[in-house]
Design a protein around this ligand. Structure first.
Ligand code: AVJ
Length: 320
């Protein structure tokens, strides 16, 4: 355990810009070029994502939000013990509130997010609304094992938004196994997962008419230019998002329309005309597929909730 804590300490403590630079150099030197979707969420990117959530074409946010009150009241009937809630990738802290209102046994709340300042501000606001729940913001990368404060209460994980869809199925299994270790024996996990559906509906959700998703996607290049003193010619990149029915995921790409060469911290990076940067995958699961994935990672599926027309799904998992 000590070794693990030490490793967590080092990986989690590297200054964000050093890790950002290393990840960007590695991703833009790989074949095909890629960037991690976690880097979408600088201040501008988080604002674009909030705009995406309000788009007519982008169903996941509204479908999940419509489901949560029903999930919260059903979970309140099932989970009648004391709980310490851990939210992975917490961000706006809006979706946890129906559970704070429905479950009487929630004693503490540990939201985990990579954007520390934003998380501390939102946690402070939430603490004022729920003074009886002890809250502590944890600035960390939840895709790595996270040290949590010790607690006597059982742990209840919360992982909404189908963010698990940003992992490949193998990475999702690893995350679920890590979450099982982080949350410990007797833990539960409430998780939101986008469902497989008509490719046309999926396509339109990532190619909105207003072009917000395009700006969200291109924004990661602006972040690279700004934070890494680089001069990528952003207007030469095209947003390209499509549903890959073999993989069962939306792929988002930024395709260079010209041959261009840039230097990032002294490393030369070349883009051939037509060359892509893969910026995100969003995997979609049928309930059967997700149950199989959860079971393969050591979880039992205790309950499943489906939104209207199976547009979205939420699961209550229990450590097997
Ligand atoms: C927040 C990762 C669930 O994959 O649908 C929205 C991010 N990307 N539009 C998703 C996103 C393009 C979103 N997740």
């Amino acid at each position: 355990a000590l070794a693990n804590e030490a490793s967590v300490a080092t990986t989690q403590k590297a200054p964000c810009d050093a890790r950002f630079l290393a990840d960007v150099l590695k991703g833009l030197s790989s074949q095909p070029k890629s960037l991690s979707p976690k880097y979408f969420y600088d201040e501008n990117g988080s604002r674009y994502f909030d705009e995406i959530c309000q788009l007519q074409e982008y169903y996941p946010y509204k479908a999940e939000l419509a489901l949560l009150p029903r999930v919260a009241s059903d979970v309140a009937a099932l989970l009648t013990d004391d709980y310490s809630v851990v939210e992975f990738g917490a961000g706006s802290l809006q979706k946890i509130q129906p559970f704070f209102n429905a479950l009487k046994g929630i004693k503490s709340f540990y939201p985990i997010d990579i954007s520390g300042d934003y998380l501390r501000a939102t946690t402070k606001k939430l603490q004022a609304q729920y003074p009886h729940i002890a809250m502590q913001a944890i600035e960390a990368d939840f895709t790595l094992p996270v040290e949590l404060p010790l607690t006597r209460a059982r742990r209840l994980g919360f992982f909404p938004g189908s963010t698990i869809g940003n992992f490949t199925p193998q990475q999702a299994k690893n995350f679920l196994s890590n979450a099982r270790a982080t949350l410990g024996d007797g833990a539960h996990l409430i998780i939101g997962v986008d469902t497989k559906k008509s490719p046309d509906i999926l396509h339109r959700a990532y190619n909105d008419k207003k072009g917000v998703t395009k700006r969200f996607n291109l924004n990661v290049l602006s972040r690279i230019n700004r934070e890494l003193q680089c001069d990528l010619n952003i207007s030469d990149f095209e947003h390209y998002a499509f549903y890959n029915p073999v993989e069962g995921c939306i792929e988002m790409h930024l395709v260079s329309q010209s041959h261009q060469k840039v230097s990032i911290a002294g490393t030369a990076i070349t883009f051939n005309s037509g060359e892509t940067i893969h910026t995100e995958s969003s995997y979609k699961y049928t309930p059967q597929e997700f149950m199989q994935l959860a079971q393969s990672a050591g979880w039992l599926v205790e309950r499943t909730w489906l939104a209207d027309d199976a547009m979205f799904s939420t699961y209550l998992l229990k450590v097997a």
